[in-house]
Design a protein around this ligand. Structure first.
Ligand code: AMP
Ligand code: ZN
Length: 112
């Protein structure tokens, strides 16, 4: 089985596993995290499979910039443009799903 066939977020991108979508276009999908760490906690993913943000930056930097723009759009809609953007990278940094995803935390004043 290839990495993408076995990948939770590839299945969410394909619609075979449901998600609560907040934004989508041809290349990119944003959906609510099932275990939110802030009032608004959204994950933004490319539809194409990259294992982490370093691989995405190397292979498709325009998509990485687009993910930042989608995060900004979500924060503009929900909390006057303030947000925290996190890419956990590597198991020991807390990455548990190896399909790159931006955590967008917003919707309330965040602790330091
Ligand atoms: P990370 O630990 O950085 O790899 O983040 C993975 C995130 O995916 C966690 O915050 C999980 O709560 C979230 N997550 C796992 N499964 C799902 C799912 N089916 N739908 C939405 N979010 C999910
Ligand atoms: Zn994937």
């Amino acid at each position: 089985m290839s990495a993408t066939e076995d990948c939770l977020f590839c299945k969410i991108a394909a619609g075979t596993i449901p998600s609560e979508k907040v934004f989508e276009d041809d290349t990119t999908l944003a959906f609510r995290d099932i275990n939110p760490k802030a009032k608004v906690h959204v994950l933004v993913i490319p539809r194409h499979h990259y294992r982490d943000v370093a691989e995405l930056a190397g292979q498709d930097p325009r998509e990485l910039a687009h993910i930042v723009a989608v995060a900004q759009h979500i924060a503009d809609q929900t909390f006057h443009g303030s947000y925290r953007l996190e890419f956990n990278t590597g198991k020991d940094a807390g990455q548990s799903v190896f399909h790159v995803h931006a955590h967008v935390l917003t919707g309330e004043v965040l602790d330091e």
